[in-house]
Write a protein that binds this ligand. Structure first.
Ligand SMILES: [Cu+2]
Length: 169
């Protein structure tokens, strides 16, 4: 085989690798004016019925929108939740919708607004991705891949004093 035969294939391979790398780094989706950034979920253990999912919502448009609901084949239902401090206990509460003001970025993250898989059909395994469909009032629907991974803070070195002093469910 001479090099002029191999080269096109090598070029194609480089392009594919570049595309895959870009995709996994960006990991964002678009529905109309709404950009969905980095959907991820915590891994769950067998028997755990509920699991939290997180992402960022950026409204690139000039009118407000709302996240109305979410659905996934991995869960019996999917709820939109917020966390509120009652006394000194953090409690989750279902919300009807999540507002996304024009030009704003709304972060769904641990300790705040989040999406909750209810009635998980199987554990969410580290490294897997699961599909989830988001429905917006104006932007319509988009299906995203939710990556099952550890929270960023627990990804690298644990913060001083953060290790072992709290548990998630
Ligand atoms: Cu919740």
């Amino acid at each position: 085989m001479n090099s002029s035969f191999i080269r096109p294939f090598r070029t194609l391979a480089v392009v594919l690798v570049a595309l895959l790398a870009t995709h996994s780094m960006a990991h964002s989706y678009r529905a109309g004016d709404i950009e969905v950034g980095h959907p991820w979920a915590r891994p769950t253990v067998p028997g755990q019925r509920a699991g939290g999912a997180f992402l960022s919502l950026t409204n690139r448009g000039t009118s407000p929108d709302k996240l109305l609901s979410a659905a996934s084949p991995v869960a019996a239902s999917v709820e939109l939740h917020t966390m509120t401090l009652e006394g000194n206990v953090m409690r989750m509460r279902e919300v009807g919708a999540i507002d996304i003001p024009a030009g704003q970025n709304v972060k769904l993250q641990p300790g705040g607004l989040h999406i909750m898989f209810m009635g998980l059909k199987a554990p969410l395994k580290l490294g897997e991705s699961v599909p989830m469909t988001l429905r917006f009032e104006k932007a319509g629907e988009v299906t995203v891949e939710v990556k099952v991974e550890m929270p960023q803070a627990e990804n690298g070195a644990p913060a001083p004093g953060a290790h072992g002093d709290h548990k998630h469910q």
